[in-house]
Design a protein around this ligand. Structure first.
Ligand code: HEC
Ligand code: HEC
Ligand code: HEC
Ligand code: HEC
Ligand code: HEC
Length: 231
C-alpha cells in the first residue's frame, strides 16, 4: 500500500503533465531571487557599517611622522627596551614620547650627518621639540591608565601589537568599549609575568593556566562598572 503513490506518479497521463509550462524547479526561482537580493542588500549595509563606523576607521591609522623613526630598527633589531624611551609608562597614566635629548644620547655620534639626524640635532640645539603626531587616542570622557595594566602584567603587545616589527606605528586594536571589556572579563587570556611585559615576542607554554595562576596570586580583578573608565 505504502509503495502506491510513487507508482501513481510515474503512470500519470502525459496531457496532465504538460500543464506545467516550466520544469518544477523553476517554482523556486522567485525564492532564490528574493533571498539573493536581501543578502546583497545586507552585504551593502554591512560594508557601509564596516567602513564608516568610527572604531574601524582608527584601526590601521598610521600618520606620517616628521622624522621617519622606525620601531622595527630601534626596538626590534637594536633591542632597545620600550621603557628606555617611554620612560614614564610604569609610573604615570600616560606614556611619554621621548624628548630629543633621549635620541641624542646615541645620535650625537650615530649617523650624525644623515639629513634626518640633522633635523633631530636642530630640534635639540634650538630646544624645539619634534612634533610627533599622536596615533592612539581615546575620547576625553574615557579614563585610561597604563601603569595599572603594566603592574598587573599586561604586555604592550596585547594592546599595541608587534610594535617592534613596525617601521611606522599603526593602531591594531579598536580601543572600543567592548574591546576593553572583553579583556576585563577574562584577563587570564593576557596576563604574563611582569618581567616579560616589554618582550613582545614572548609566549607562555600554557597561557590560560599561567594567566589563571597569576590572576589568583596577585588578586587581579579588572572592574566592569561604569565609573572605572568614566569618572
Ligand atoms: C628609541 C626610542 C623608542 C623606543 C625604544 C620605543 N619607542 Fe615607541 N615611540 C618612540 C617615538 C619617538 C614615538 C613617536 C613617533 C612614532 O609614532 O613613531 C613612539 C611612538 C610609540 C607609540 C605610538 C604613540 C601614539 O602616538 O599613540 C607606541 C604605541 C609605542 N611607541 C610603543 C612602543 C613599544 C611597545 C616599544 C617597545 C617594543 C617602543 N615603543 C619602543 C620612541 C621609542
Ligand atoms: C641606543 C641608541 C639609539 C637611540 C636612543 C636612538 N637611536 Fe636612532 N639609531 C640608532 C642606530 C644604531 C641607528 C642605525 C644607524 C645605521 O643605520 O647605521 C639609528 C638610526 C636612526 C635613524 C635612521 C637614520 C638614517 O638616516 O639612516 C633615525 C631617523 C633615527 N635613528 C631616529 C631616532 C630618534 C628620533 C630617536 C629618539 C626617539 C632615536 N633615533 C634614538 C641608535 C639609536
Ligand atoms: C591595556 C592596553 C594597553 C597596554 C598594555 C599598553 N598600552 Fe599603550 N596605549 C593604550 C591606549 C588605550 C592608549 C591611548 C591612551 C589615551 O588616548 O589616553 C595608549 C597610548 C600609548 C602611547 C601614546 C601616549 C599616551 O599615553 O597616550 C604610547 C607611547 C604607548 N601607549 C606605549 C605603550 C608601551 C610602551 C606599552 C608597554 C610597556 C603600552 N603602551 C602598553 C593601551 C595600552
Ligand atoms: C588585555 C587586557 C586589558 C585590556 C585590553 C584593557 N584592560 Fe584595563 N585592566 C586590565 C587589568 C588586568 C587591570 C588591573 C586590574 C587589577 O589590578 O585588579 C585593568 C585595570 C584598569 C583600570 C583600573 C585602573 C586603576 O587605577 O585602578 C582602568 C581604569 C582600566 N583598566 C581601563 C581600561 C580601558 C579604558 C581599556 C580600553 C581602552 C582597558 N582598560 C583595556 C586589563 C585590560
Ligand atoms: C573598561 C573600561 C570601560 C568600562 C568599564 C565602561 N566603559 Fe563605556 N566606554 C569605554 C571606552 C573606551 C569608550 C569609547 C569607545 C569608542 O571610542 O569607540 C566608551 C564609550 C562609552 C559611551 C559612548 C558611546 C559609545 O558607545 O561610543 C557610553 C554611553 C558608555 N561608554 C557608557 C558606559 C556605561 C553605561 C558603562 C557601565 C555599564 C560603561 N560605559 C563602562 C570604556 C569603558
Amino acid at each position: 500500500m505504502s509503495a502506491q503513490p510513487s507508482e501513481d506518479h510515474s503512470s500519470k497521463d502525459p496531457s496532465e503533465r504538460s500543464l506545467f509550462l516550466f520544469p518544477k524547479w523553476a517554482n523556486r526561482l522567485p525564492f532564490f531571487f528574493i533571498s539573493g537580493s536581501v543578502l546583497f542588500l545586507l552585504f551593502i549595509i554591512f560594508l557601509f557599517w564596516y567602513v564608516f563606523s568610527p572604531k574601524n576607521l582608527d584601526v590601521g591609522y598610521a600618520p606620517k611622522q616628521p622624522i621617519p623613526f622606525s620601531h622595527q630598527l630601534h626596538a626590534g633589531e637594536l633591542g632597545i627596551d620600550c621603557r628606555y624611551c617611554h620612560n614614564t609608562i610604569e609610573r604615570a597614566g600616560h606614556a611619554a614620547i621621548p624628548n630629543t635629548e633621549t635620541c641624542m644620547n646615541c645620535h650625537k655620534i650615530i649617523k650624525a650627518d644623515s639629513p634626518h639626524i640633522i633635523k633631530l640635532r636642530d630640534s635639540y640645539t634650538n630646544n624645539k621639540p619634534i612634533e610627533w603626531i599622536q596615533v592612539h587616542r581615546l575620547p576625553d570622557y574615557v579614563y585610561f591608565d597604563h601603569s595599572a595594566h603594566l603592574q598587573a602584567g599586561v604586555s604592550c603587545v596585547s594592546c599595541h601589537g608587534r610594535i617592534d616589527q613596525m617601521q611606522v606605528v599603526h593602531q591594531v586594536q579598536p580601543l572600543s568599549m567592548s574591546w576593553c571589556l572583553e579583556c576585563h572579563r577574562a584577563p587570564e587570556k593576557f596576563l604574563r609575568p611582569k618581567e616579560f611585559i616589554t618582550k613582545l615576542d614572548w609566549k607562555a607554554e600554557d597561557q590560560l593556566k599561567m594567566g589563571l595562576y597569576l590572576k589568583d596570586a596577585h588578586h587581579i580583578r579588572p572592574r566592569e562598572d561604569c565609573n572605572t573608565c568614566h569618572r
